[in-house]
Design a protein around this ligand. Structure first.
Ligand code: GLV
Ligand code: MN
Ligand code: MN
Length: 417
């Protein structure tokens, strides 16, 4: 059975994880930033060393395409994920899938495998959505869900324009997004949750991904003196926001579905100890595997904000930042993942992805599925994010086997993909 080079994969993961550290040692490679440029440059250098054809599209997605003489059709097996990060990130989220993809290509090439179709590795732009919304932007554009011009015109939380920033860091490519049509898409990722570890499984065969709703809520009250304004005469946007945040939390906590809800960003203005806040701006991230439940959560929040307006006299405005329905992945690829795990003696279970991933966008245009590996203590979006080396190797090995299946002529003979 073919084996990947564990040292090369783990070494690259650690090397990329050192790129984009801020002065406090935090890993921060927000999309299209200077540190994202450094990470991209390293990835492109590795692609160049691997001798694959490098393509960069107008939204900055990077593709490394291996197309040896054996290929009989144009559509590649695409392996992808992202190398942008959240603020104070771990080193695995996204990077694992991208670097394992490169590892798979190099392994297959070195063992003399003659693929029926090309094999390509993608690093999609702005998966995290921290600087520019929506998240999964590069893959969304690739799948035709957002025009490239609209995406490039996105204004970031820091007031920058994505198109200008991509050009500034040298990653506004010229390839038309979506022109590289995959025959199949596969994404390897750490689970970022506790299930595999808790239940003792090595591999997650991800067959669906929950729906995601992102909103930005702005409450406007009246700034006034904290010492002289009686409690009955206040229009306190800060207090109203606190009520709304508690409501959002309880909404998910008390739901009888698998709902989760988070207020992850919050700003008061003028943000001073002795001034009643005139404005509060916060984000709401709602998720549920069931579209009807997700809609019910959104409706409940809208109803609550309306009652808050009536009760506390603050004005309310809501901006939608992202909205993606739940996705079902391709049953045939999910089965290939289960079979590959079994052949390697690895336990696997089917599961839902709680996190958003590029796979959910590419699933619109190609058969797609995901492989998960256990996350220690279920921690992610945190520098403590970790997966045991043996689990990282196991996941990359399953990826190797599934790509081998998808790129071999036998699959084509069976009329699949
Ligand atoms: C992506 O990391 C997400 O927010 O799920
Ligand atoms: Mn990710
Ligand atoms: Mn992430």
């Amino acid at each position: 059975m073919p084996t990947i080079s564990s040292n090369r994969l783990l070494g690259r993961l650690r090397a990329l994880g050192e790129i984009g550290r801020d002065p406090n040692g935090r890993l921060v490679r927000l999309a299209a930033s200077d540190s994202d440029q450094l990470g991209r440059d390293q990835f492109v250098a590795w692609l160049r060393e691997a001798g694959v054809d490098i393509k960069i599209d107008r939204i900055g997605n990077i593709f490394g395409v291996w197309r040896p003489d054996s290929v009989c059709e144009d559509r590649p097996v695409l392996i992808g994920s992202h190398i942008d990060t959240v603020i104070n990130a771990g080193i695995l989220d996204g990077c694992y899938g991208v670097l394992a993809g490169l590892e798979v290509v190099e392994t297959l090439r070195d063992m003399g495998f003659a693929p029926y179709r090309p094999i390509a590795v993608a690093a999609f732009t702005n998966e995290e959505g921290v600087r520019y919304a929506p998240d999964m932007m590069g893959s969304l554009v690739h799948a035709g869900g957002l025009t490239v011009d609209e995406a490039l015109a996105t204004v970031g939380v820091d007031g920058t324009l994505l198109g200008e920033e991509l050009a500034r860091i040298g990653y506004a490519g010229d390839v038309e997004p979506g022109s590289l049509r995959p025959a199949a898409y596969i994404e390897l990722h750490i689970e970022q949750g506790p299930i595999l570890e808790r239940e003792g499984f090595a591999i997650g065969a991800v067959d669906n991904l929950q729906g995601i709703s992102w909103q930005k809520v702005t409450l406007e009250g009246v700034a006034n003196h904290a010492g002289t304004t009686p409690m009955s005469m206040r229009y306190d946007a800060g207090y109203a926001a606190a009520l709304a945040i508690a409501f959002v939390h309880d909404l998910a906590q008390d739901s009888n579905s698998a709902s989760v809800a988070t207020v992850g960003s919050m700003r008061y203005e003028p943000d001073a100890i002795n001034v009643i806040p005139s404005r509060a701006t916060f984000t709401v991230d709602l998720r549920d595997p069931d579209e009807a439940h997700l809609r019910a959560l959104e409706a409940a929040l809208a109803g609550y904000l309306e009652s808050l307006r009536a009760k506390s006299g603050v004005s309310v405005s809501v901006e939608r930042l992202a909205r993606f329905e739940p996705v079902c992945f391709d049953e045939r690829i999910v089965r290939l993942i289960e079979q590959a795990a079994a052949r390697r003696g690895l336990s696997s279970r089917r599961m839902t992805s709680g996190a958003g991933h590029d796979a959910q966008m590419i699933a619109r245009v190609a058969p797609a599925a995901m492989i998960f590996t256990p996350s220690v203590a279920g921690v992610s979006h945190n520098p403590k994010e970790a997966t045991a080396d043996a689990d990282l190797i196991a996941g990359a090995t399953v990826l190797l086997d599934v790509v081998l299946d998808l790129a071999s002529a036998a699959e084509q003979r069976h009329g699949q993909f």
